[in-house]
Design a protein around this ligand. Sequence first.
Ligand code: UD1
Length: 417
Amino acid sequence: MKKLVINGGYPLKGAVKISGAKNAALPMMTASILSDHDITLHNVPELADVRTMMTLLESMGMRINKNHDDSLKLNGAQIESKFASYDLVKTMRASIMVLGPLLAKYGEAKVSLPGGCAIGARPVDLHIQGLEKLGANIEIKDGYILASAERLKGSMYHFPIKSVTGTANILMAATLAEGETKIHNAACEPEITHLGELLNSMGAKIKGLGKECITVEGVENLGGAEIKIIPDRIEAITMIIAGIITRGELTIQNINPLHMRQPIELIRQSGARLEIFEDSLFVDGSNEILPIDFETQPYPAIPTDIQAQLMVLNAIAEGDSKVTETIFENRFMHVLELKRMGANIRIAGNTAEVRGVSRLNSAPVMATDLRASAALILAGLIADGETIIDRIYHLDRGYENLEEKLSNIGAKVQRID
Ligand code: UD1
């Protein structure tokens, strides 16, 4: 199994370019099921999750051309199978987003229930409820969701909890439903808005993107489209934190600062100097690092996907802080590993109480999920000595060329078997 070896203590300096957003690319790939025409996506990150989604879509009959640049051309005209197996769905929960499009376009789908996950139970009951509201017949049998419908009918669905992939599923399904659908308490994440923009350029009639009430006027069919995927705000924030904690000076390129206003304001409270430009940002980590209290919440607030990374900043800050995780019930797995590296963190329910220490020490540690692996890399960058991170495959699911990017700005990182 591959591991990462990091020699800590080197300030990161120079420029780093952020890749396209995983959480935008995956739903857009599933949206191509809705059309018989070419959907071309540019700025697609080279990630394990993107490859898994390609495998899943190709297993259904989707034709996919991968160009040498970072583009994918998808064509769903010859989809024959409406089946997503347990083997694929359990490797990547985002596979659940084939459910809405398959049902809307073909009137049937058999998709495995995702099952448990390291960070929480993560049920998909709301996806099912929402599709039932649109008239789908859904049965759960032998671990699979069996869904059917003549043609989905526009309706109203109010999400009791904001759900990102849930909103994506219902939004995609509603584009081909008969009549109008209103989605209340919809997710407002930029990746959902971006998905809606792709659907609109395919011919869908969606209004209210980025707001909590989205209205979709169903159409008979959807056409082709071409779009450039937005930058990955989670990768961008991970890099900002890397710049600060290594006391570096980094220019972070190819970002959209408007997608990360609240995280930027929060990070400023740590004393770091951030200069924001239209599509880049400069971070200077030479100031004293102050602790920052925060809780994770749906967009536009602080994303759960940066909780682990910000915890590393707090771990070496001058003072105490409180971090509250409100989205997932078990997203503190990285804390136990950070403690093995000398962090002083106490977990009380869904809050982590962090007492800043002056330095972290190296240790062999284990990545438990995607963002936890990013946090351990950040910790390794500042730890004394050599940190070895096991189960690094989690990282490859969501960060494109991270070792190469970090090495180019001065980190000592290498991958070993
Ligand atoms: C969530 C995050 C997203 C992050 C992703 C991976 C939020 C709102 N969503 O998206 O930012 O990129 O994890 O870390 O921050 N839920 C149900 N039933 C459902 C669907 C969801 O109870 O049918 C609950 C979940 O257990 C969770 C919350 O709703 O507590 C939000 O889940 P959801 O947004 O659907 O999860 P993801 O789409 O995976």
